[in-house]
Design a protein around this ligand. Structure first.
Ligand SMILES: [Cu+2]
Length: 131
């Protein structure tokens, strides 16, 4: 009684299709690609932590006309902070977990701008000063 079943199982495991079904799609590798640089490495970086307390620092001082890269690193699982926006600069950016995300900006106007979560609940201040 048992022998025909055993033969059938062997036939399935030797089939070349069984191996193909187990291989992972190549697309999965792209998801863990390294962060891209938003500007040349010699442009000043400003690190901004995005965590359960919001943005740190909560006030970011920039100089008018000076190119700078804001480098966000999100460590909170909160959906609230899965993306950020700087409406005055028309910037919106997704923040994957634990991955530095660079945003290049050159503020052209003095004064305060809002940096916020995509829902505009968590906020920080970008203060642009004259040089
Ligand atoms: Cu939010």
């Amino acid at each position: 009684m048992g022998r025909p079943l055993l033969v059938a199982a062997l036939a399935i495991s030797l089939s070349p299709l069984a191996g193909v079904a187990c291989s992972k799609p190549a697309e999965e590798k792209k998801a863990v690609a390294a962060a891209e640089l938003a500007a040349p490495a010699d442009v000043k970086r400003v690190d901004i932590a995005v965590n359960d307390s919001g943005f740190s620092p909560s006030t970011i001082e920039l100089k008018k006309g000076e190119p700078v890269v804001l480098r966000f690193t999100r460590t909170t699982k909160s959906e609230c902070l899965k993306a950020i926006a700087i409406p005055d600069l028309k910037i919106e950016k997704d923040l994957p977990m634990d991955t530095p995300v660079e945003v290049a900006v050159t503020p052209e106007k003095e004064g305060k701008m809002v940096l916020q979560c995509w829902m505009a609940m968590v906020k920080a201040t970008i203060n642009v000063v004259g040089s």
